[in-house]
Design a protein around this ligand. Structure first.
Ligand SMILES: [Zn+2]
Length: 255
């Protein structure tokens, strides 16, 4: 099965789905992580602020690409025949695109024609059998834009799953239920919780693995945030929860 995961930024797929993607690879699926708003100058825990303004975007964009690549390397040597690939749409993230501060990115999407066209075209070319989208927990405009534009028109036919965005879900779990309701409204169908695999025998090892994944993105977070994100998966017995439509649950993809 060809699974396309839409990641608004480089880190969203890893932080929300790192263990799930591991399970899919073990099951032999091909996973494409499509990084949408990958042009950025956000790398607060790097040297970006010491650079001249003109150099910040290329620096931060490159740093974050390397972080993403180091995450994918963690899957090497694991059992399973599946492959994960990274792609990027190279769109500007919210602060660059909307000329706003990082505290002003929580707003309703008003995507430009360029953003709409680029995401739609990439989805057509991806030949995705199933789509995995952000639920939009936390209300970051880039996450909401991806959810809005990537939602298939035929929700009755196309299998779609939504993931619990991080670090928002871990830092403010109360927002998850709200996002599930909003996601269901956007999808026009009720969503049901779903897991890619049975709980692992060694939950502590799974949480440790998740922490290593989160630590790949050290230009974005302090170690304590990586801990919080990793520990969030403990309530799901060392897994990550997805929210799925009926078409998803009707595919042979479901265990
Ligand atoms: Zn994000």
């Amino acid at each position: 099965m060809r699974i396309v995961v839409l990641s608004p930024h480089r880190d969203d797929a890893a932080l929300a789905l790192g263990l799930t993607i591991g399970a899919w690879l073990e099951q032999g699926h091909a996973v494409e992580v499509m990084n949408v708003f990958s042009r950025t100058e956000q790398a607060p825990f790097s040297d970006v602020d010491s650079l001249h303004g003109n150099d910040r975007v290329s620096f931060a964009t490159a740093v974050r690409k390397r972080e993403d690549e180091s995450w994918v390397k963690l899957y090497q040597g694991l059992p399973g025949r599946g492959r994960v690939t990274l792609s990027e749409l190279n769109l500007k993230d919210a602060p660059l695109r909307l000329h706003c501060g990082v505290d002003e990115v929580f707003r309703e999407p008003e995507p430009t024609e360029k953003v709409v066209l680029k995401i739609k075209r990439a989805l057509e070319q991806s030949r995705a059998a199933v789509l995995v989208l952000p639920l939009g927990v936390g209300g970051h405009v880039d996450h909401l834009t991806v959810r809005q534009l990537a939602l298939p028109a035929d929700m009755n036919v196309t299998p779609v799953a939504f993931y619990e965005d991080q670090p928002y879900s871990a830092l403010e779990p109360a927002k998850v239920e709200v996002a599930v309701q909003e996601g269901a409204l956007a999808a026009g169908a009720p969503l049901q919780a779903w897991f890619a695999a049975e709980p692992p025998a060694d939950m502590a090892a799974a949480i440790k693995r998740k922490r290593r994944m989160a630590l790949c993105y050290d230009s974005q977070y302090e170690d304590a945030t990586a801990d919080t994100i990793a520990e969030y998966s403990a309530q799901y017995e060392g897994r990550e929860r997805l929210w799925t439509n009926a078409a998803w649950r009707a595919t042979s993809f479901v265990r």
